[in-house]
Design a protein around this ligand. Sequence first.
Ligand code: PGA
Length: 245
Amino acid sequence: MVAGNWKMNKTLQEGTALAAELKNNVKNPTCEVVIGTPFIHLATVAEMLKGTPVHVAAENCADKESGAFTGEVSAAMVRSTGAEYCIIGHSERRQYYHETNDILREKVRLALANGLKPIFCIGEVKEEREAGRQNDVVRKQLEESVFCFTAEEFAQITLAYEPVWAIGTGLTATPAQAQEMHAYIRSLVNANYNAAVADNTTILYGGSCNEKNAAELFANPDVDGGLIGGASLVADKFMAIINAR
Ligand code: PGA
């Protein structure tokens, strides 16, 4: 899978223009292609891309089902736009909006209950990597937010390893660092479920992945694709990354 994460970029007009470019140019991708757009774009973009190989994701959803939560958008609302995926647990949500592993487990639960496929993000910050704690951090994120689900439910979840120090910084993890962590993540899935579930789990790399380094990252056996921020905002760059998979 190659998934874009537009974050808080693009007006509705700019977003639909980018979606139109992808619609016209992404014809027979050899991987699943997803774009994560702001909530207000979802209905329009999902309608535009219906029946094309480009699937649509929200970048977040609420941790509550419905009700008096002003400004929130529920998983059911996201699904009703035609979006199929939902990015959950992005490090920016964890850092700036204080989303804990417990909150994120609720979001994943509600996404699954409403027929959305979560793209669940995990990853350590710079200090944790420098202290050699990256494996512990990632293990806890998985244990507390997604390993409670049944194998059937877990099969709907895509994981995205995004070392926080690599996001938007131009400091990409080396292919060896990515492979090492992805293999570790797969071993945890194996231990918590079984080898078949582990083999079938899609584990994306994210963090300054671009059209220049994507092929090298994707060449690793446990790197199944990428979650792309900055480079997903430019159609040519995003398409070059899709073609690198
Ligand atoms: P980046 O963002 O590609 O701009 O580093 C990745 C992400 O945050 O998903």
